[in-house]
Design a protein around this ligand. Sequence first.
Ligand code: AMP
Ligand code: MN
Ligand code: MN
Length: 350
Amino acid sequence: MTTASDSAGGVTDTEWSAAVEAVRGLTPGDDGDKIQLICHVNPDGDALGSMLGFALGLRRLGFTRLRATFPGPFELPEPYQTLPGRDLLVPDDHAFRDADLVMTFDVAAESRLGALVELLPPAPCVVALDHHASNTGFGRINLVDPRAAATSVVAEGLLSRLGVALDAEIAECLYVALSTDTGSFKFDMTTPAVHELAARLIETGISPGAISRRIFDTRPFGAIKLVGEVLGRAALDPTAAGGRGMVWTYATLADLERHGQRPYVLDTLIDPVRSVAEADVAVIVKELAAGEWAVSLRSKGAVDVSRVATAFGGGGHRLAAGFTGHGTPGEVVVAVRKKLEACLIQPTHP
Ligand code: AMP
Ligand code: MN
Ligand code: MN
């Protein structure tokens, strides 16, 4: 059968076989069967969904010594608190220090692993599942497919090669991941193979309506007020990016506190901002700690924002990327604006 990841063609047969061997080489119930799964800091739907969906697949293969984690505070965004497999999640300081296999999900670079990066060198094997073009290749086995719409596409590719059948629990995790990273099947990488995978996930009996409502269409009243305020201070810079335009705004920790909100409620703030017709580039600057900002970048096609983000030590995809910035929001945006010109995507047919 053709899978969503076959058609993307980014992972070689050798890499798939090595990853299958890395899992099949462990015997459930043996001494050496500890598997540690890790996803990126401030986990999103793809990070958590691909990791937990895969972890449930490992459980179906008979593995019981499984732990899943992510760096930083052990706090899940509300919409992900009911994901199947959440019982496998442990705080980062409870991760296996002596895992026989470490697997990473949606992690583009070691910097996205925080203190958990220490788990990599002692691990007998590290398998990295990812879809970021900027992936640094830190795994021993790298299943990195930049044309995959989500890491869950790669995770499903490995599950099927391991002979794990999809069930409703695994499917719910993978569907959350796939729908998050495709913006509810709206982005360019929403290929026929992506819809085919979604169809197979839905065939297990999951409810796409209920999942979408929980993930995309439910937020506290205070979050609406907060987003209103943050959108109210958005600024348009029509001459940025060679005249393609840039729109930007920022949110501070004080904003969150004033409205009694957790940071995850700003995860989708980029969507209304990037809808602005007069700007190709959208920038959101969100305070992480005093003077430290999570910067989200989006382009409609004129700028390779992954190059912009990489220049500031971050990464991502061509049209969606991010990095950690320092200074004031104004300083961060001025620096980004300067970099945009150098990262314009030249039209192939002038
Ligand atoms: P976000 O704007 O947080 O939704 O992220 C957009 C894309 O950029 C995602 O694919 C992230 O994995 C990636 N990204 C965001 N922040 C960073 C970072 N600090 N380093 C590397 N990649 C990042
Ligand atoms: Mn992610
Ligand atoms: Mn992803």
